[in-house]
Design a protein around this ligand. Sequence first.
Ligand code: PLP
Length: 370
Amino acid sequence: MSVPLLDLRAQHATIRDDVVAAVMRVVDSQQFILGEAVERLEREVAALSRTRFAIGCANGTDALLLALRALDVGRGDEVITTPFTFFATAGTIHNVGATPVFVDIDPVTFNILPAAAAAARTAKSKAVIPVDLFGQMAPIEQVRVALRGLPTIEDAAQSIGARRSIDGEWRMAGEAATIGTFSFFPSKNLGGYGDGGMIVTQDEGLATRLKRLRVHGGAKQYFHDEVGYNSRLDALQAAVLSAKLPHLAGWSARRRENAAYYDRALADVSDIRLPVVDGANESIFNQYTMRAERRDALQAFLKQKGIGQAIYYPLPLHLQPCFAYLGYKEGSCPEAERAAREVLSIPIYPELTHAQLDEVIGAIRAFYGR
Ligand SMILES: Cc1ncc(COP(=O)(O)O)c(C=O)c1O
């Protein structure tokens, strides 16, 4: 039996009627850009994230770009971030004219190390972008303390609905940062039927600025206070996402159950190290990412058996050719580099059956002869 890394059709089959009805309401309204459907989703995401404001935008990359612009990050500024993330986290820093400053990760959670971030601070530091990688939140409160006074952009593209206990209270992904950003790319734990993104904040001034920046920098049509972007969220995407949102908590619970199933079934395989969730976190397991001995051979074996797998991410950002101008060398961020050599993600999506999970487990055990 082959098991895909992700099966979006399996999820669609469970919600088809609701999604089609929501899409048809938008089609019948002929209101395709922003409007009621987008405002509704913004209210829903703000409520979920426990933030005062949510601003829909075109995708998770633009959410970061708009956040950086709203914080006046630009030429001559430095932004501290992790090199072990999807490219957009740092690509957007470059694209606003600023310099990404990469610091190493915690080898246990793969998230940014607050102490390393603090050590990289200079007079030019303008913001920090912790990433909630693979579904578990970065230690946002520790980052804030370590970099006191510096705005935090929490890249929660992979982690909507995740939470972290801070001072004895659950805080949602995006809630405790200056600005939080989400992606609704179809493969994300809350995925649209195309591109989409959202920005959350508790700060009214930033929210007003972000709304303006997403429509060419003008609060009033044809009058422009600054140069912004066309980064509107499509009403069809918003309607799909609102139809899916009530299911998110259940899907996250299923992802955690699947993770616990793997944890139990693979605990004795000493050739792999299973993902670890920080005791303060509740992960939504956007990915189930383990470290594996002979990783590349295991990947080839799983591929040949028809088991979905992927390496997130094979080359850390500080070593990407496009960032050679920054002067990082092999060894600059050793834990990120080691993670890139060792990680492998396996299927974790909510609709996996026990038979499929067993198939994945059996293939991994067979590879290591356990
Ligand atoms: C950590 C991270 N940041 C940013 C993005 C960018 O999101 P999008 O693909 O919606 O532009 C993604 C996902 O692709 C991501 O995983």
